[in-house]
Design a binder for this molecule. Structure first.
Ligand code: SAH
Length: 248
């Protein structure tokens, strides 16, 4: 099944952009995903094709009009029923690999890109829209955020990355950062590849990698580490509960 990506934007010419190259570009050519861009301005209702207006209450910048946004969203939803609508916004829930995987397993996604000061709040009351952020940073528009979201989904689609990797060992997939990688040359500026990786002992290598992943996560991302530990405790007590239930 083709993963359907619909992007609502004032700058459709930004797509596929980098997604037309390399892995994602090849997959697009092969029909593993499909791209539909929707020009939000086409849904303007006045003769000047206005999409924005000054913020109620005053202040800098312009705000995207709710009536125009709603018409564009309704059009996309009618064309792609079953696809979730995601608005890119720094106020949204931070994007995670878990959510990316869910999206990649589904029929596709409709992505709403903001510009200026962002969206009239009522769009989130009047339509079912998930608000997603790609980090605690402020971009000038939602388009680079949409490219990130789509890139992360596309590489997980069946057949896109090839048999070499399903991506399941990568950073975040098990709640940890990935272990470090090395390749030839064996020695570079006096630095060598860790001995264990040349031992050929797969169990020892797996144990080393697990330890490295845990150490890196603990030191670099204490937030992820706390969550990982929490999940481990929970799944251990869940397993105990199951054993008990079976015994009854
Ligand atoms: N005034 C807003 C920022 C608007 S930036 C605020 O302070 O929250 C303009 C548009 O860029 C936003 O509507 C959104 O679509 C996009 N954008 C900016 N930063 C983003 C981020 N971290 N994640 C996702 N989208 C972002």
């Amino acid at each position: 099944m083709t993963f359907s990506a619909t992007v609502l934007t004032l700058y459709p010419e930004m797509f596929p952009g980098p997604l037309g190259i390399s892995l994602a570009g090849r997959a697009l050519g092969e029909g593993k995903w499909a791209l539909d861009t929707v020009q939000i301005r086409d849904f303007a209702i006045d003769k000047h094709r206005t999409v924005d207006d000054t913020p109620a209450g005053g202040g800098a910048g312009m705000v995207l009009r709710v009536d125009v946004l709603a018409a564009a969203v309704d059009h996309a939803v009618a064309a792609h029923p079953g696809c979730p609508v995601i608005a890119m916004t720094p106020r949204g829930r931070p994007l995670t690999q878990a959510r990316v995987r869910e999206l990649a397993d589904g029929p596709g996604v409709i992505v709403l890109c903001g510009r200026f000061e962002g969206f009239d709040e009522r769009i989130f009351e009047g339509r079912t829209i998930e608000e997603v952020s790609v980090g605690d940073i402020v971009l000038s528009g939602g388009e680079p955020a949409a490219l990130m979201l789509l890139d992360a989904c596309i590489r997980l689609l069946p057949g896109v990355m090839g048999a070499a990797s399903s991506g399941t060992e990568e950073s975040f997939e098990n709640g940890l950062l990935e272990y470090p990688h090395y390749t030839r040359p064996q020695e570079w500026e006096g630095r060598t590849i860790p001995e264990v990786l040349r031992s050929g002992d797969h169990a020892k290598i797996a144990a080393w990698r697990k330890q490295q992943a845990e150490d890196h996560t603990r030191l670099r991302r204490p937030d992820l580490w706390e969550r990982h530990k929490g999940a481990r405790v929970q799944s251990a007590s869940g397993a105990r509960q199951e054993t008990k239930d079976q015994g009854q």
